[in-house]
Structures are given as C-alpha cells and as structure tokens.
Design a protein around this ligand. Structure first.
Ligand code: GAP
Length: 491
C-alpha cells in the first residue's frame, strides 16, 4: 500500500470511530481541544475490555499486586525521577508566522537534499567532515545534520539558512528552548511556587514510592510486581495520528522488583510475555516487532530496553516499552526522601535496593492499534462489507439480538432473550431495517455474534446464530444461547 492509501485507511478508521461512537474529539462543539479525545459508548466498552484483559493478565497471578495511586504527587517525586530537569523537548518558533516546532520533527520534515544544502552553508569541518559532504552516505548525512542541530555553536548558523515549512521565510527561527512536558498546577488556594504540583506524566512513580507499603501489606517476597492502570498527562508539542500521541492518555504499567543478579532473566521473561499478550488478543503477528534500543541510545536509567512496535498505516510505532531500570528509581527516591527503600532478604539476610523490570503499555495507543489491526473491507456476494475483526474479549458488544420482523411474537421473544443475556454480556437489540443491513452494522462495530429470532423460533424454540468473520449460521436452542456465548467468548 502506498502512503496515500495508507493515510486514507487511517482517515476511514477515524471516521468510523466517530460515526459509530468509539472516539470523539474533545470539546468538539467549541472547535475541539488538540491532543485530547473522548471515548463514546462503544469506545469506552472497548477500552475497558483492553484494560480488563491487561489487569487479569497481570494481577491474577500470585506474584503481582494491584495499585491505584493518586495523579497528584509530592513535587519532590518529579525531582527525584528526573522529570523536572530532563523531561523536556527542544522547541523553536518561527518569528514570522509564529508556528512552533519540536526540533526533531523540524529535522524530519526536511529531505536529504535540503539538509545537504543547509550543511553546505556552514563550516562543516567543525562537524569532522574531512572529505566534503559528497563523501557521506545518506545515513551519515542525517547523523551530521542531527549533530549540527544539537551543537550550540552551529545551530544558529544552520537555523539562519533554514526555511519555515509553514510560511516559507528563511532565517526566521528563534534559537531552540527547552520546554518541559509536564502540566503544572497549584495545590490549595495560593498560586505561588511553593504550591506547584504536576499532573503525573507516567503512572510508574506512584508504584516506586509505594514499593515498601505494598510489599509490607501483601507480604510479597522478591521477585514480585506492582501493576497500575491510570491516566497520564504530557504537554506534547506535536500531537499526532489520532490517539497515537495525545496530551491525556492512559497507561498500563507493571514494575517487577527483582534481585539485581536476576535482572536479565526477568527482563527476557517479560519481553516475551508482553509480545505474546498482543498476539493472543488477535493482533497480527506480522504487524508486531521488537525494537531493541542500542546501548548508546538507552535512557539514563536503563540497562536494557526494547519497544514493542505495531505497524500503523503511517509506519512502525511504539505501543509498549520494556525496560531494565536497575536500582535507579528506588535509589533516587531513597536519596530525595531520605527514607530507606531497601528490601530485606530473609534467606540471605542481605539488605539491598531491588532492580526493576518495567512493562509500560499505552492503553489508548493499544486501543488504536487494536482498532487499526482489526479493520478490514471485503466483498461478499458482490457486496462490500466493513468488518472490525476484533477478538471477542475486546469487542465492545458481544452479541446482537435481532427479531427478523416486528410481528408474530418475534419482538417479544427477542426482548426476553436480550433481557436474559444482558445480565451477563454487553448485548444490543436492533429491530430496524433489513436483516442483511443489521448484520452489516454489527460487523462494522466488531460484534462477534448475531442472534436472529425468526418464524422457526416459535415452532422449535431455536434461534439462528451468525458468526461475524465466517458468516456461518447455525441453529441452536434458545435455552442454550447463554452457555453457547459463554463458551465461545471465553475460548
Ligand atoms: N514509565 C515509562 C514510560 O512512561 P514511555 O515510553 O514514555 O515510558 C510508555 O511511555 C507507553 O505510554 C508508550 O509505549 C505509549 O504506549 C504510551 N504513551 C506515551 N506517551 C504517549 C502519548 N503522548 N500519547 C499516547 N500514549 C503515550
């Protein structure tokens, strides 16, 4: 698929998400709020199902405990974590049209030819290029360009040559400034610097600071983990691709505390487990991959790291990060709080700061990946149908109850069935329009089963069950529908 078609696919998915009530733009009637989205009736069900699957996967095992820490935390937490100092992006403005750019995205939007031209205008011997620009491969050219943008001496020279992608004016950029991505607010009635608190940019810190509370209360021994699902906020400069990069999003994070000597074993274990989770929930294997971070690109706290990436229509993008965070986090919180966060190992009688293996998944980004992955258009009997082939555990509606016609007692029987099923599953009752159209509507929102009450129902107490993907129909006794759905949905 070429880029244009891929963008069209994404547009179709965004449009379906809105039309069917999965996702709406936040504050739409006021023109929307950039980087914020609202989950509609189907979206909230689907997101809840994803979170529930993750929660069960993590906390229904004996060595992981749950936690729900508050969003607002003591401001020192973010000093200890390094967010106050380091959670920044370099940004610059165009003085002419006032457009604001994140430095790296400005670089991304320029092709190699232009990069070469800009580099030619500066004294590139300072970049250690001896044989001239023509001796460089495309990759090396990219590297030199990136290096020039982070060199305080060269950056003003190169910016002087660059053209604003929005207004086309040359040399109108300000110098880059560091911009902190945390949202700041104030606690209490006085808005002074002593009252500053932050909306958490990740849920992880709530787990770190509660490590000994949870360990003591649950009497867990190493190795064990703490899992949490919750909102996180980042004042992203460039929000993009629908739910992919937003300012408010949800994370599903699990921090696994281990003996330092066992870090490699557990890192490999969780790396494998997490990829399998996506596959078991039906995500296409060829659309998933690991991106291992090379040693020279690791975050300051990490010994080893990988991203689980999904191939979106716009390219590969991270949906989850797995890090060996060493003893960095607990060590820093010890230092900043002056409280010991050491673990006492009863067997060896040793006291030490555990290492942490982190699995950090985006619930909203995962939601988008499941949506994209399941979307398909196909022609059946010369008719096009759109299907969300969602795994039944994730599908927002599990079954639709459809009386074939609105007479002959069919609606009454259908309503009775719907009322009974409603106690166990999210079901949908639909009596509007031709049966074929009703099936299509259910396919489009990913409903795995349609149950049709027809003339034969009153004769032999059976209903037609139609399966979404194969469209195969079978008749089963109306009394067996609930158990049938239990079996199918949990298999
Ligand atoms: N505690 C580690 C941490 O927060 P991260 O790579 O910054 O690591 C983890 O974030 C996951 O959170 C990402 O893999 C992604 O799924 C999700 N995420 C991060 N920033 C996001 C954003 N602006 N919008 C949506 N999801 C985001």
């Amino acid at each position: 698929m070429n880029q244009k078609n891929q963008n069209e696919v994404l547009e179709k998915i965004v449009s379906l998400a809105k039309r069917k009530g999965f996702v709406f733009q936040s504050s739409e009637i006021y023109g929307g709020l950039n980087g914020c989205w609202d989950y509609g009736p189907l979206g909230v069900e689907m997101l809840k199902n994803i979170k529930e699957e993750w929660w069960k996967f993590m906390t229904y095992r004996p060595d992981v405990e749950g936690l729900d820490a508050s969003i607002l935390m003591h401001p020192k937490v973010w000093k200890a974590s390094g967010h106050v100092e380091n959670f920044t992006d370099p940004m610059l403005d165009c003085k002419s049209c006032k457009s604001r750019y994140r430095m790296d995205t400005l670089g991304e939007s320029i092709n190699s030819k232009k990069k070469k031209k800009y580099l030619e205008a500066i004294d590139f011997s300072k970049l250690g290029i001896n044989g001239g620009l023509n001796s460089l491969s495309d990759e090396e050219l990219e590297e030199k360009f990136e290096a020039a943008l982070t060199d305080t001496e060269l950056v003003p020279l190169i910016l002087n040559e660059m053209v604003c992608p929005n207004c086309g004016n040359k040399g109108t950029f300000t110098l880059p400034r560091q911009f902190n991505l945390m949202f700041k607010t104030f606690i209490g009635p006085v808005e002074d610097s002593g009252a500053v608190v932050y909306l958490r940019p990740e849920t992880a810190q709530g787990i770190f600071v509660n490590f000994l509370n949870v360990q003591g209360a649950s009497r867990q021994k190493l190795p064990f983990g703490i899992a949490q699902i919750g909102k996180a906020f980042r004042n992203e400069i460039n929000t993009k691709y629908f739910l992919f990069r937003t300012r408010e999003f949800e994370q599903m994070e699990m921090q696994f505390f281990v003996k330092p000597s066992a870090d490699k074993e557990w890192y490999d274990y969780w790396k494998g487990e997490r990829l399998e989770w996506y596959k078991k929930l039906g995500m296409r294997t060829d659309k998933l991959r690991y991106h291992d971070h090379p040693a020279d690109k690791l975050a300051h706290y990490a010994k080893e790291a990988t991203d689980i990436e999904y191939e979106f229509p716009f390219g590969w993008g991270e949906i989850e990060g797995i890090h060996n965070r060493t003893d960095f986090d607990l060590g820093r919180h010890e230092q900043f709080s002056s409280k010991s966060l050491k673990y006492f190992d009863e067997e060896s009688k040793e006291k030490f700061v555990p290492y942490i293996i982190e699995t950090s998944a985006g619930a909203s980004r995962g939601f988008m990946a499941f949506l994209v992955d399941s979307y398909r258009e196909e022609v059946v009997n010369n008719e096009q149908r759109v299907v969300l082939g969602l795994n039944s555990r994730i599908a927002p509606v599990k079954a639709a109850v459809l009386p074939l016609v609105n007479k002959d007692g069919m609606p009454e029987t259908a309503q009775k069935l719907e009322e009974d099923l409603r106690t166990a599953f999210k079901v949908f009752y639909d009596d509007k329009g031709a049966i074929g159209r009703r099936y299509r509507r259910m396919d489009e929102i990913g409903t795995p089963y349609c149950l049709t009450i027809d003339t034969q129902t009153s004769e032999d107490n059976t209903v037609t069950v139609r399966e979404r993907d194969s469209m195969v129909q079978e008749r089963i006794s109306i009394d067996k529908v609930k158990i049938y759905l239990f079996d199918k949905l949990n298999s």
